[in-house]
Structures are given as C-alpha cells and as structure tokens.
Ligand binder design. Structure first.
Ligand SMILES: Cc1cc2nc3c(=O)[nH]c(=O)nc-3n(C[C@H](O)[C@H](O)[C@H](O)COP(=O)(O)OP(=O)(O)OC[C@H]3O[C@@H](n4cnc5c(N)ncnc54)[C@H](O)[C@@H]3O)c2cc1C
Length: 382
C-alpha cells in the first residue's frame, strides 16, 4: 500500500478534508483511524451550529460552513440536519451585555445581518421557558443544529466512492523522516510510503504530530453532557440558550434535553471521559433554577456522557503545513467547534493541500503562529 495523501484520523475533519481533496481530483488517499470513524470526539458532539462568534475569522468560517450545509444534500448526497432554530445568549449584567454588543457589531460587519441584540421582553418571547433578570441578550435565528454523524458519514462515503481508502482499527505509530520530509507512516509494524501526511487526530493531535517532531499545541479538555429522560416540557424548536455568566447552556434533541456547563478539565488523566455524579447533581439544580419546567424532567444518569474538546491556546483551529516538516499538514485543534467548522475547514484545507489560493484568508490559522509569536489573542464567547 502507498498513498499520495495519508490522513491520520477519520473524524469529521479528516473525512471532510478527504472529500474535498477528491472533489479537486486528488484521489490517492488513505484515511487511518485507530478505532472506528467518529469514535473520537465527533460522535460525542451535541450538534450545535452558530455563526455568533467572537472573532471575524470564526464568523467567516461559520458563514462559509453554513452556505455549504444548506447545499449539503445537493453536494454530498446526505441531509446534514441543519435546523435553524437559533442561538440565544443571555446577559445578566451590563458588562456581559457589552461583550455581546461588541461581538454583534463585528458579526454584522462580517455579513451576519440577522444577528441582533434583544431586550428582556424580546428574550421572553424568544424563549419563554427561561426565568431570571436579564440586562439583555443576543440572538441569531439562522444559528441552530446539525447532525455530526450524518456530516461525517456523508463526507466519508462520498470520498470512498471517489476512490479514497479507509483503514480502521490501526493506530499510526510513527513516521519515517528523510531530509526534513515524511516518506512513510508506520502502521501495525508496516511502513506505508506516502507523499503528504495530514494530522486530523482531534484531541490526540499533539501526540501524533510529536512522533514526527512537530509541535501541535492541542490539549484535551473534558466536556460533560447531562441528558434528561424523554420529556416534552420544552419544544424541539427552542433555540440553544446560553448564559454568558458561566456558559451553562441547553438544547432539545430527539425528545430529550441536553444540559452543558463548562468545568475545568480533570486533574488526573487529561483524556478521562467519565461523568462526575456530583456534576450531574449540580447541573440538574442549576437547570431547575433557570428553566423551572425542568423540575419535571429527570436526568438519565446512564445516558449522560463526556468527550474531549481539542483546545489550542487561542481557541482557533490549526490549518496548514507545519513549517517544521515540509509535507506534514495539520488540520486539528478546533477547540470544540470542529463539527460546525468541518465543511469550511475541509474545503480550505484541501485547497491549501492542492497548492491553490484558499477561498478565505486563513493565514491566522497557520500552525506555526505560536512558534513565531504571531498568534492573535483569542476572543472566545464560549
Ligand atoms: C461533549 C461535546 C460536545 C460538542 N459539541 C459540539 C457542537 O455542538 N458543535 C461542534 O461543532 N462541535 C462540538 N464538539 C466538538 C467536536 O466534537 C470536535 O471539534 C470535532 O468532532 C473534532 O473532529 P476531529 O475530526 O478533529 O476529531 P475526532 O472526531 O476526535 O477524530 C480524530 C480521530 O483521530 C483518531 N486517532 C487519534 N490518534 C490516532 C492514531 N495514532 N492513529 C490513527 N488514528 C488516530 C481517533 O481515533 C479519532 O477518530 C463537541 C465536543 C464534545 C466533546
């Protein structure tokens, strides 16, 4: 076996890069995954999509992704499940509202004209289930929901139909390097000659890139999700609703409510994805206080889950050639937004790999920005 392009990781990002490469006529591709496709973070995503971000580049990435999600069925042959039920941000204080206002101004300048600032009466109309005093909020009706596994399956099966190959259940264990280039991957004791390597290994990217001596500043961050038992106390059309004060947010999916509250990572094993029983109690209490109808819903403790965000220091993805090893390309570090960005990053990554000018200026995503002191300060809203 040989490969023009070897992709390490068959999550949503690796699959999107593969599909977009095949669309550009590059078809001698092999995707390697040590497990099954999606079993990293992709299958654990809750399926939020938004363009209300804190930096212009993220807004532009999301707008490109949204355009591609809208024509996903036509282009990829699968329904990506894009449902524009909106994202509602809630500010309790004037300072929180000012953060939303500044972000909203920038978002509108980038073309997100429908995102707007709300007063408390409008908040009550957009989501009548929330209780509390609010200084105001921000709302964008075209934000909403997508289906992570449908996007992954669409890209992966489309790429395979055009000739890309997939090897599952095999970990990439190392690289052969000659004169500053990778010439082969080591997989299950075998050496596979390759032209270019793409690291799309999600939260595990630092370790994979490290095997080639390349720095990929991606660290895992556990994110827990509390799931309720089936309930009809909230409508399926409720916008994803986020409290700016602590990032607590909730949405309805398939007749259950998903509750999230960012917590610091695990102090022990950084890759631990267990769910803390006490965290479930805490989030259930917070949910009942802020959305009183949830007093009628019980938490499905067995069904609740956790997964890993793949964080970079500025919370922006890494997309581009590493700079240290000539033919090693990084496509990772989406910092918890990899599903929603995957249509855009797959297209832009494939364009860069094919030596084309990318449709969007993604210079700020160059993986060597940290080494060269060129990283912009992040402006994460969540
Ligand atoms: C609880 C939770 C909720 C989330 N909600 C959202 C959301 O609402 N919207 C959104 O956009 N994003 C969300 N995310 C983030 C999203 O899941 C990730 O950003 C995205 O899945 C990253 O995709 P990926 O392809 O880069 O990585 P992954 O899906 O993790 O894929 C990487 C793959 O690399 C493989 N791999 C690793 N090491 C090796 C090796 N040595 N050899 C071979 N294969 C290897 C792994 O097996 C894995 O399959 C959420 C994440 C979590 C945990």
């Amino acid at each position: 076996m040989t490969a023009d392009v070897a992709i390490v990781g068959a999550g949503v990002l690796g699959a999107s890069i593969a599909w977009h490469l095949t669309a550009l006529g590059i078809r001698d591709i092999v995707l390697f995954d040590r497990g099954e496709p999606g079993q990293g973070s992709t299958a654990r995503a809750t399926g939020g999509f938004r363009a209300q971000f804190g930096t212009a580049l993220e807004v532009r990435l999301a707008l490109l992704a949204r355009e591609k999600l809208r024509r996903f069925r036509e282009e990829v042959g699968v329904d990506a499940g894009y449902e524009p039920h909106g994202y509602l941000w809630l500010a309790r204080t004037a300072a929180e509202l000012e953060t939303l206002r500044q972000a909203n101004g920038m978002q509108r300048e980038c073309g997100l004209a429908e995102a707007r600032i709300l007063d408390s009466a409008e908040i009550a109309r957009v989501n009548p289930a929330v209780r509390g005093e609010f200084a105001g909020g921000a709302y964008c009706p075209t934000d909403g929901f997508i289906r992570a596994l449908r996007i992954l399956d669409g890209y992966l099966s489309g790429a395979r139909k055009r000739g890309a190959r997939l090897r599952t259940g095999v970990a990439v264990e190392g690289f052969r390097l000659e004169r500053g280039k990778v010439t082969a991957l080591r997989v299950a004791g075998e050496e596979i000659p390759c032209g270019t390597v793409v690291i799309a290994s999600g939260a595990w990217s630092a370790a994979v890139a490290g095997m080639a001596g390349v720095l990929a500043p991606v660290s895992p961050l556990r994110r827990q999700v509390a799931l309720t038992e089936p309930t009809s106390v909230l409508p399926a059309s409720m916008p994803l609703t986020i409290f700016v004060e602590d990032g607590f947010h909730l949405r309805v999916r398939d007749g259950r409510v998903l509750l999230l509250l960012p917590t610091p990572g695990n102090s022990g094993d950084a890759f631990d994805t267990s769910v803390e029983p006490r965290w479930l109690d805490d989030i259930a209490r917070i949910a009942r206080e802020r959305v009183p109808v949830l007093a009628e819903a019980t938490i499905d403790r067995q069904g609740s889950w956790a997964g890993l965000y793949e964080m970079t220091p500025d919370h922006l993805p890494l997309l581009g050639f590493s700079g240290e090893v000539e033919n090693l390309f990084l496509a990772c570090g989406c910092s918890g937004h990899g599903v929603m960005f995957s249509p855009a990053l797959g297209q832009l990554g494939a364009e860069l790999l094919a030596g084309r000018t990318p449709s969007l200026d993604v210079e700020a995503l160059r993986p060597d920005r940290f080494r060269k002191g060129k990283a912009a300060p992040g402006a994460a809203l969540l």
